[in-house]
Structures are given as structure tokens and as C-alpha cells.
Design a protein around this ligand. Structure first.
Ligand SMILES: Cc1cc2nc3c(=O)[nH]c(=O)nc-3n(C[C@H](O)[C@H](O)[C@H](O)COP(=O)(O)OP(=O)(O)OC[C@H]3O[C@@H](n4cnc5c(N)ncnc54)[C@H](O)[C@@H]3O)c2cc1C
Length: 424
């Protein structure tokens, strides 16, 4: 029985293009190689230089190990974050007083886009949570003391941050979270009880940007964001969650049992946590859109090359009009997302409120990555359904984009609210 199955597998593999050919595809030049990064309106030669340096670091310190980390379902987040910190990639927009570079948001987007050179989704996601999802509110509203304690070492890469918003019973409906951080009688401390769900890097992070209810009342005005050291007594990892993708990034459920933190760990004004988190989400969403551009280009390029090589019915798969037209359509859509993102970033840098446009871009990017990865996987046939090819990893990893950082339906409800079309 076992021998027959092995023979069948061998026959399948030998009738398919060689695995070394397939593996080489993920490193092929990009579709848009005729457009230089510095030709884009939002990027300058400084952006190009920064992206080049980051790309070198990725190719030397990250990509050679990605397959190993994916198989181990874990990666050394502290050493990767340290290397990125040393390279100055973790706080381009942050105040130089705390180790940042004091640049505008287009540099964060340049970095987010270049992180797409990493050949999996889990590692860039953990980096993005650390640099662009857990720290924007702290950088904008935190006290000098908190910024020295949590922001500066995060930018340097000495500590790793995670974000605790979602809970077992509250994901899309952020206002309904149940975790409390209430004043401890007779002291200037808060006592935290409850738990968080889906915390990226939750088993390894040094501190969490935690959203909790700091009093009773209006759910939009009773919350605060709090810097919580993860080694505080009473913080525990309830479980590590097994996922269908982003293998190398750990995702945890966290419990808080009478966790005591000083009240001064509240970021900005007490009661403003919901508003701060909604603002923090804008950067998270733009970061997420930027992070999928290179992976989608890479997958389409690899698919073009695979389909050019692979023959059926006497011609290459690519020579079927339905295939090359579909790829052309997807490439066009990806370029329109890129243009949309760059326009959005330009407006954000100029000080505009981009809530509606960021929600639109995130919605469209989530849907498009599903279409691209699904169509490409289809054209790889049986090989697309194996673990041997980059398209299946991209298909698994990027599925998250329509769910995380606000599901597609949440993006739609934000757009409707801001367009005035929600039923009264
Ligand atoms: C791998 C991974 C990593 C994550 N990392 C983090 C992290 O680091 N920190 C963190 O805080 N969270 C994190 N999340 C949580 C993520 O943000 C939530 O999963 C997401 O917000 C959706 O919440 P939910 O899973 O509770 O879905 P639910 O709120 O239960 O919604 C389920 C589905 O219902 C639909 N839906 C919801 N609302 C509406 C509506 N108004 N109208 C119509 N349909 C609707 C949507 O299709 C949605 O997908 C992560 C999640 C995953 C899977």
C-alpha cells in the first residue's frame, strides 16, 4: 500500500517540472522592473537607498532561513528585530529623541513594501505588528517616561512589542471588549483581568500595547491603551493557536489574572483608548496594503514562468488566452492598488484624514490577494496544491488580509458610515 503511494508520488513529481526549477521561480525579476522605485511620485533617492539596504538585510539574514522557520513554526523574533533596529528600519517616522529618524510616513510605507521581499507572510507580519501596529499611539500620545521605557528600546530592536486588542468574544466589535484595568484601591496602580485572543508574537513579546476598559460607561469613552510588560506576574499564555498560514509567526491567547501595572502606563489620556486604537488602525491598514505588493508580483511572475514551461494539449499553459488575459487583468488590478496606496500615503503625509480611503484600500487589497493567489494556484495545477511551491504558501498566508486588522465587512461598514449610507 505504502509503496504504491510512494510510486504514485514519484511518478507525479517526475512528470512535473523539476523542483529546482520551481524553487528558482520565486527569485525571478519583478514584472514591473521597467519602472524604477524613484520614478514613483512618493519616493526619492533616499527611499531607494533605504529599501536597498533593507533588501540586502532580508536576503542575508532572513530569506535563507525562511523555509526552516516555516517548518519549525517559529522564528527568532528577538534577533531579527535587533538586526532591523540596528539598520534603522523600525522607527523611520519616530522622534529622533527616542531613536527614530524623524521622517515622514512615506518611509514607513517604503519599508513595509520592501518587507514584502521576505518569502513568507509570518515574519513580515510580526515585524509590522512590532513597528507599525503596537507603537503609533505610544509615539503620538505617550508620555516622555513611557516613550523612554517602551518606545525607544522597541525602535532600537532591544525589545519586541505585541498588540492586544482582540478577545475571544470581541474581534470586529472592538468596543465590546471585556478586559478591565481598574484602579487598585489605596494606590496609583491598575489591576488587569481578562484575556486577549489572536495576539501575534504573544508567546515571545516583551511588552503589549493593551486595550482595556478602565472604567464603566460609554464603550467608546471607557477604554485606555496601556503599556504592559509581558513578564508582569499574572500574565500567562493560555495557548499557542495553530493556524492555516503564517506558520513562522506565533499567535497566542493570553490571560490576565490580577495583573498590577502603574497607572502611569496608560498611553495619553485615560478613556481615549478606543479613539487612539481607531487612529492606530489607519497605519496598520496602510502597512498591510503595502506589504502585499511585492509578494503578489512575485507570485504572478512565478506563475507566468511556470505556465510558459508547462505544456498541455501541445502548447504551453500560458499560450491559452484565458490564462494570459487573466494574468494581465490581475496585474492591472495590482497596479491600481499600488497607485491607490501611493495617493493615500501622499494625502496622509500632507495631514489629511484618510480613514475612508485606507479602509477602501485595505478592502480592495484583501479581495485582490485572494483572487491573485487563487487564480495563480489554479494555473499550477496539482503542483499548486503541494507544499513545494511558493504559490501555496502565498495562498495560505495572504488569506488573512480579508480578516485581520478589520474584516472586509468592517471596512465596508466604515466606508458606508463615512459616505452617509448606513441606515439611521
Ligand atoms: C493570524 C492572526 C493574527 C492576528 N493578530 C492580532 C494581533 O496581533 N492583535 C489583535 O488584537 N488581533 C489580532 N488578530 C485578530 C483579528 O484582528 C481579528 O480576527 C479580526 O478583527 C476579526 O475578528 P474575529 O476573528 O473575532 O471575527 P468576528 O468579529 O467574529 O467576525 C467574523 C466574521 O463576521 C463577519 N462580520 C463581522 N462584522 C460584520 C458586520 N458588521 N457585517 C457583516 N459581517 C460582519 C466578517 O466576515 C468576519 O470575518 C489576528 C488574527 C489572526 C487570524
Amino acid at each position: 500500500m505504502a509503496t504504491t503511494a510512494t510510486n504514485r508520488t514519484l511518478a507525479f513529481l517526475t512528470s512535473s517540472p523539476s523542483l529546482s526549477f520551481i524553487r528558482s521561480l520565486s527569485a525571478t525579476p519583478l514584472l514591473r522592473s521597467n519602472v524604477k522605485i524613484s520614478d514613483e511620485a512618493i519616493f526619492t533617492s533616499e527611499h531607494v537607498e533605504m529599501r536597498g539596504a533593507l533588501n540586502k538585510l532580508i536576503e542575508k539574514e532572513i530569506n535563507p532561513y525562511v523555509d526552516e522557520w516555516e517548518a519549525a513554526r517559529s522564528f527568532p523574533v528577538h534577533s531579527v528585530i535587533k538586526k532591523l533596529g540596528e539598520g534603522g528600519f523600525l522607527g523611520p517616522t519616530r522622534d529622533p529623541e527616542y531613536g527614530g529618524l524623524g521622517l515622514d510616513y512615506s518611509y514607513s510605507i517604503a519599508i513595509a513594501e520592501e518587507l514584502g521581499s521576505i518569502t513568507c507572510g509570518g515574519v513580515p507580519m510580526a515585524i509590522g505588528v512590532h513597528s507599525d501596529m503596537a507603537t503609533p499611539a505610544l509615539a503620538r500620545f505617550g508620555s516622555d517616561e513611557l516613550k523612554k521605557e517602551f518606545l525607544a528600546p522597541s525602535i532600537a530592536g532591544d525589545v519586541v512589542a505585541c498588540l492586544g486588542v482582540s478577545e475571544v468574544g470581541s474581534g470586529s466589535d472592538v468596543a465590546s471588549i471585556k478586559t478591565t484595568a481598574l484602579p487598585k484601591k489605596g494606590s496609583d496602580d491598575l489591576v488587569i483581568n481578562g484575556g486577549k485572543m489572536w495576539t501575534t508574537t504573544g508567546t515571545k513579546a516583551d511588552w503589549m500595547c493593551l486595550l482595556a476598559n478602565t472604567r464603566e460607561g460609554d464603550p467608546h469613552r471607557n477604554k485606555s491603551l496601556i503599556c504592559l510588560p509581558m513578564n508582569t506576574p499574572g500574565v500567562s499564555v493560555a495557548k499557542e493557536i495553530k493556524k492555516i498560514g503564517n506558520y513562522s509567526s506565533d499567535t497566542a491567547q493570553i490571560y490576565f489574572d490580577n495583573v498590577v501595572v502603574p497607572r502611569k502606563n496608560i498611553i495619553g489620556e485615560e478613556g481615549q483608548g478606543f479613539t487612539y486604537q481607531m487612529l492606530q488602525f489607519q497605519e496598520e491598514r496602510m502597512w498591510a496594503v503595502a506589504s502585499i505588493l511585492l509578494p503578489m508580483e512575485r507570485i504572478m511572475q512565478a506563475t507566468v514562468e511556470y505556465c510558459r514551461e508547462r505544456k498541455a494539449f501541445g502548447k504551453s499553459i500560458l499560450d491559452n488566452q484565458v490564462v494570459h488575459y487573466r494574468l494581465a487583468e490581475l496585474e492591472t488590478e495590482l497596479e491600481s492598488i499600488r497607485s491607490f496606496l501611493y495617493r493615500l500615503v501622499g494625502l496622509y503625509v500632507a495631514g489629511h484624514d484618510v480613514t475612508k480611503l485606507a479602509s477602501m484600500a485595505k478592502l480592495k487589497a484583501g479581495r485582490l490577494t485572494r483572487e491573485i493567489t487563487d487564480s495563480c494556484l489554479q494555473y499550477w495545477g496539482g503542483m499548486g496544491y503541494t507544499d513545494e511551491v511558493p504559490v501555496s504558501r502565498a495562498w495560505r498566508d495572504t488569506r488573512l488580509l480579508s480578516i485581520g486588522a478589520g474584516a472586509d465587512e468592517v471596512m465596508l461598514s466604515i466606508i458606508c458610515k463615512l459616505s452617509g449610507t448606513l441606515p439611521k
